[in-house]
Design a protein around this ligand. Structure first.
Ligand code: SAM
Ligand code: SF4
Length: 340
């Protein structure tokens, strides 16, 4: 395999920014470091898992570091590490420690199912972690097993407890699944009463051959359920947040709702994604704009890669619906292959 080792050359001043046709400034990169996972969440993967890429087909850490450097020179200052399950990838912690030294990156965020984080919380505390987003779809052991198809409830709950007690800001992500866990919305919300965490409810997206749109519980429906129980709930508008954030008086934590399927937040979305296979996506719903891995491995210079990224952003769709229309998105793909 051939790595490009030239120092970053820049075609424009170092303060070049990635600006799309609607003036949105892309400063946030979500990097999926693997498509592998130790769980098999029903809404994300089939029971037998997804066809895996061979190791050669996914980006190496050196390649990811080279790309992050290019992106930081384009104004990206916030990183999210996701997957698959990021912590199944060997060497992740060392990679995170190296990226932590990148001056342009202000915050490293991680999305995880929490199975493997128990012993490394103190290592993570040393990094510039903006938030640790932990996916948990049920507070009931048998239901957790039914959803994830794995018996890891106890360790996940133990690790969530450790994370909450650490200095790292924690967000709990629950995908609301009709008829499966929608009766737990209030018990999840209650976790924000005494814990300084953000409990976030996510609309199910029809990836991995998921449900028809009419059986998805929408962000509005979730909000109605919350408002009935918490009439004093009030919203705080945050710029560039894909989550709508709510406060309930007397609660230490906050409540978020993410309309991933309704796509009501696109106008303020400043996210770019790199899939485990090294495709750059300018929207969750597109098929991929630039094959960065191919560019790296065919010896393209950083300057050429940078220009390809700038062009992809200049061609960014106005919202997820337009992206979907342009690319006729294949909903059989798993979020683990995209980097959810
Ligand atoms: N394995 C890690 C985890 O579960 O947190 C990171 C990868 S996972 C693909 C990232 C996020 O995508 C998780 O919060 C998961 O719940 C969410 N996700 C996966 N499939 C989804 C779907 N069909 N609809 C909505 N969210 C989904
Ligand atoms: Fe794995 Fe995360 Fe997908 Fe669940 S949601 S199967 S934990 S990648």
């Amino acid at each position: 395999m051939k790595f490009v080792t030239n120092k970053l050359q820049t075609s424009a001043s170092p303060d070049t920014r990635l600006v799309d046709p609607l003036g949105r400034v892309m400063n946030y990169l979500r990097l999926a470091v693997t498509d592998r996972c130790n769980l098999r969440c029903q809404y994300c993967m089939p029971a037998e898992g997804i066809p895996l890429n061979s190791r050669d087909h996914i980006l190496q850490f050196e390649e990811m570091e080279q790309l992050i450097q290019i992106f930081q020179n384009l104004g990206v200052n916030k990183l999210r590490i996701t997957g698959g399950e990021p912590f199944v990838r060997k060497g992740l912690l060392e990679f995170l420690k190296r990226v932590n030294n990148f001056e342009g990156i202000n915050s490293i965020n991680i999305t995880t199912n929490a199975v493997f984080i128990g012993d490394i919380i103190s290592d993570l505390e040393q990094l510039k972690i903006g938030s640790l987003n932990i996916s948990l779809d049920s507070l009931q052991k048998d239901r957790f097993f039914k959803i994830t198809r794995r018996d890891e409830f106890e360790i996940v709950m133990e690790n969530i407890d450790k994370a909450i007690k650490s200095t790292i800001p924690v967000k709990l992500n629950m995908v609301v699944l009709a008829g499966i866990n929608d009766d737990e919305i209030l018990s999840f919300t209650h976790l924000a009463k005494d814990n300084r965490i953000e409990v976030r409810f996510i609309e199910q997206m029809p990836f991995s051959g998921g449900p028809a749109s009419e059986s998805i519980i929408s962000a509005d429906q979730i909000l109605n359920i919350l408002r009935q129980q918490y009439p004093l709930l009030y919203e705080q508008n945050l710029p560039n947040s894909t989550a709508r954030i709510f406060y309930n008086p007397g609660y230490k934590g906050t409540i978020g709702i993410i309309a991933g399927y309704s796509r009501t937040f696109c106008s303020s979305c400043t996210r770019l994604r790199i899939t485990p296979e090294g495709m750059l996506k300018t929207c969750l719903y597109d098929r991929g704009a630039v094959n960065l891995k191919e560019m790296l491995r065919s010896g393209k210079t950083d300057l050429q890669i940078k220009d390809a990224i700038i062009m992809a952003v200049q061609n960014r769709a106005k919202d997820g619906f337009e992206s979907q229309e342009r690319s006729s998105q294949d909903y059989n793909v798993s979020m683990a292959q995209i980097g959810g």
